[in-house]
Design a protein around this ligand. Structure first.
Ligand code: G
Ligand code: G
Ligand code: NA
Ligand code: MN
Length: 253
């Protein structure tokens, strides 16, 4: 079958899974949250998001897939709460279409009502490149999401040429430093300067700052020395199946 046809059937066939990658408080080392990452276990084998997310975005399938992701993440988190695990905020990646074409605020409100998950335990990640081309509309949608009580974060920060004034329009509570800056942070003075600048920019705007793509102890030490708040990356934990993440949380009493 053609990839697109199979993708269109993947939700109803139950072929999607969510994996979770923990986020850690830099100082205490405790888990502060997790990012839900979509995996497609197709009959032909595991397909990674780089392959099918762009296709889903082009065709509009991302609206139904994105809804599945949000609902499933809220159901998982609700089940963890009921099992005495957490409370822990879980974040979901939005795509541009969900903000520009979908009624994302209504979708989120519906899922929160259905699952009974406290709104502050759902976080939505947007990127600069997603919100900048439709800044006014995106800011309005984000205000509606904030009014529901969900958290918002700016993902891949530093890659989208936001100015300070543009960043201020978007009601986010945290910045995620793009992992491309982390890669050379201990070897390239320019990358180091950019990461330090993003950390102070975020703190001056009263935002929490998370570094993604942390792969080494040296990177973690640099981030600690420069006041970063949270860490996410393979050095600390890889994305893992929901059951394994729940176990990890359970053991963090
Ligand atoms: O999980 P992985 O690192 O392979 O993700 C690759 C890309 O796919 C990342 O840019 C990530 O943001 C994106 N992605 C993963 N899960 C989702 C999802 O549920 N929705 C959207 N829109 N993007 C996702
Ligand atoms: O675009 P976004 O920031 O949502 O991308 C998330 C993706 O980053 C996930 O697919 C995840 O697998 C990947 N990722 C998470 N930690 C690391 C890391 O330390 N190194 C690399 N190379 N990728 C990572
Ligand atoms: Na993300
Ligand atoms: Mn990112």
């Amino acid at each position: 079958l053609e990839l697109l046809t199979r993708l269109g059937q993947a939700v109803e066939r139950g072929e999607f899974r969510l994996h979770y990658q923990p986020k850690f408080d830099l100082r205490s080392g405790r888990i502060t949250g997790a990012e839900a990452l979509l995996r497609w276990e197709s009959p032909q084998g595991m397909v990674m998001p780089e392959t099918f997310i762009p296709l889903a975005e082009e065709t509009g399938l991302i609206l139904s897939i994105g809804h599945w992701v949000m609902r499933t993440a809220c159901l998982h988190n609700r089940a963890w709460l009921d099992a005495g695990i957490g409370p822990i905020p879980v974040s979901v990646n939005l795509s541009r279409r969900q903000i520009v074409h979908g009624d994302i605020a209504a979708g989120v409100a519906g899922v929160l009502a259905e699952t009974g998950l406290p709104a502050e335990l759902l976080e939505l990640e947007v990127t600069e490149s997603m919100v900048l081309p439709d800044a006014e509309q995106a800011a309005a949608v984000m205000q509606r999401l904030r009014a529901l009580g969900v958290r918002l974060s700016m993902d891949d920060f530093g890659t989208g040429y936001s100015s300070l004034s543009q960043l201020k329009r978007f009601p986010v509570q945290s910045l995620k430093i793009d992992r491309s800056f982390l890669r050379e942070v201990t070897t390239d003075p320019d990358s180091a300067a950019i990461v330090k600048a993003i950390i102070s920019l975020g703190h001056n705007l009263d935002l929490r700052v998370l570094a993604e793509g942390v792969e080494t102890a040296e990177q973690q030490a640099f981030l600690g020395a420069n006041g970063c708040d949270e860490l996410q990356g393979f050095y600390l934990a890889r994305p893992m199946p929901a059951e394994r993440f729940a176990e990890l949380l359970r053991h963090q009493a």
